[in-house]
Design a protein around this ligand. Structure first.
Ligand code: ZN
Ligand code: ZN
Length: 103
């Protein structure tokens, strides 16, 4: 799903994604986004599950520090697009305290 900024309505730019294995065997893609119009940051948790017809996703508005932390974690993984990567960054997680869940 294409999403625009909650604050200024501008397009969000993908600044990094990492792919994980979902418990069902499908894919769980974690992505970090920055607004093209203002200093707003977003995180998207996308599930493409084998046991569900439609992909499901969660969106959060996050702080700049969480955004930077997420990007540095992705940068530390040798193969972010490989869901079966077994580096210490997999399975991927990011602390979301203070993040705002979006509908
Ligand atoms: Zn914005
Ligand atoms: Zn990895």
């Amino acid at each position: 799903m294409i999403r625009v900024c909650e604050h200024c309505g501008k397009e969000l730019l993908n600044r990094g994604s990492i792919c994980d294995l979902c418990v069902c065997g499908g894919e769980n893609i974690h992505s970090f986004w920055k607004c093209s119009g203002c200093d707003s940051f977003y995180y998207n948790d996308y599930y493409d599950c084998w046991d569900s017809e439609n992909p499901d996703e969660l969106w959060f508005e996050i702080s700049e520090s969480t955004f930077n932390e997420g990007r540095s974690r992705i940068a530390a993984c040798p193969e972010p697009s490989r869901k079966l990567c077994n580096c210490p960054l997999h399975p991927f997680s990011i602390p979301l305290e203070g993040a705002k869940r979006l509908q």
